[in-house]
Design a protein around this ligand. Structure first.
Ligand SMILES: NC(=O)c1ccc[n+]([C@@H]2O[C@H](COP(=O)([O-])OP(=O)(O)OC[C@H]3O[C@@H](n4cnc5c(N)ncnc54)[C@H](OP(=O)(O)O)[C@@H]3O)[C@@H](O)[C@H]2O)c1
Length: 322
């Protein structure tokens, strides 16, 4: 089969190569998926570069532990492991696994669900980590409910486009922050107000928000706090990555400042969860959430696609079609 192989850390164009390798063998508890589409997360770009270095024990000290990158996946079941009863060959599925940037991938059966009937493979692959992150941020940490004012900084990206739609579906009044070119798209997915950050800094405005999901981390905590209500919550979901500990400095500051102020400043690590994937499937089947797809690239152009996402200005999700 054809697969994208990475044997060292570095920039996508330098380290990703399309190669012919053996098809993986399905093991107990696994499903062999014929990949139709895979989506790219900004996290895939960090893993590709091996930063922050503190994550190397998890990624692989000298080279990536997983030679084939890619997590978010949608495709058709080709074969199932001996004890897998919930899927059969031919079933259309989506979820997350390892080695999604390939023609075939073996995936834990528990990490897959039947593909939402109203989505294409490309749209289903776009859900993955970004939508789960958005759901956990808005529902579990923001506890967003009707009438609340929510601001999503970085509203036009992978996580942000899902967060805007999910917060709207919970009845919040949502403000999205993005660049000029993306104002129209963020409005089209339901944001009540859109702030173009090239024209206006939300931390200097009059408006106060009950919940701020910060996917960017371009303001200090004390600046962002000014835009929170007295008991509002700021969830720090993005920070500049690189060096030894990357965004962890943001996390440490959030924890330290939380001890001294009434507002909740929270760090956040999302977890993959089949229950949440099922909840998202219900959202998309009910028409409350639609994945926004920026660009689609064939498998052979994965390096270019990852490079595009890695620049940090993707619009919604970028998808590899296989
Ligand atoms: N906590 C977790 O477990 C977890 C899980 C997944 C992701 N994350 C983090 O969440 C963050 C967002 O991920 P993502 O997948 O949404 O990334 P993404 O798809 O690259 O989107 C980032 C967005 O940020 C926007 N942006 C850049 N500069 C901005 C600024 N100054 N003000 C407002 N928006 C700005 C960009 O929009 P414009 O093009 O309009 O500038 C872009 O759409 C990343 O830092 C990622 O590491 C955390």
């Amino acid at each position: 089969m054809k697969a994208i192989i990475q044997d060292r850390y570095g920039e996508p164009a330098d380290v990703l190569a399309l190669k012919e390798i053996d098809k993986p063998r399905v093991k107990e508890g696994e499903v062999l998926v014929r990949v139709h589409a895979a989506s790219i997360n900004i996290g895939d770009c960090h893993v590709m570069r091996g930063v922050p270095y503190i994550m190397r024990p998890a990624f692989g000290l000298r080279r990536p532990r997983n030679r084939i990158p890619g997590m978010d996946i949608a495709g058709k079941v080709e074969a199932v492991g001996a004890d897998v009863t919930q899927f059969q060959p031919g079933d259309e599925v989506f979820g997350w696994g390892k080695g999604a940037f390939a023609e075939y991938a073996t995936v834990e059966a528990d990490n897959l669900l039947p593909k939402p009937a109203n989505l294409t493979f490309e749209q289903a692959a776009a859900i993955g980590v970004s939508a789960q992150t958005a759901l956990q941020a808005v529902r579990d940490h923001g506890k967003v409910h009707p009438g609340q004012k929510v601001l999503v900084n970085g509203a036009s990206g992978g996580v942000g486009t899902f967060a805007v739609q999910i917060a709207k579906s919970f009845g919040a009044e949502v403000t999205g922050v993005c660049s000029t070119d993306k104002v129209q798209m963020v409005t089209s997915i339901g944001a009540d107000h859109v702030i173009d950050y090239t024209q206006e800094d939300f931390t200097h405005g009059e408006q106060r928000y009950d919940f701020i999901l910060d996917n960017v981390g371009n303001h200090s905590f004390s600046d962002t706090r000014r835009a929170l209500t007295a008991e509002g919550t700021l969830l720090s979901n993005g920070a500049p990555v690189g060096g030894w500990i990357g965004g962890l400095t943001h996390v440490i500051k959030a924890l330290a400042q939380s001890l001294f102020v009434r507002q909740q400043l929270r760090p956040f690590v999302s977890m993959n969860s089949t229950e949440d994937l099922a909840a998202l499937k219900e959202f998309v089947e009910a028409g409350k959430v639609t994945p926004v797809i920026d660009k689609m690239y064939p498998l052979s152009e994965t390096a270019e696609a990852v490079g595009h996402v890695g620049q940090g200005h993707a619009q919604g999700k970028t998808v590899i079609t296989v």
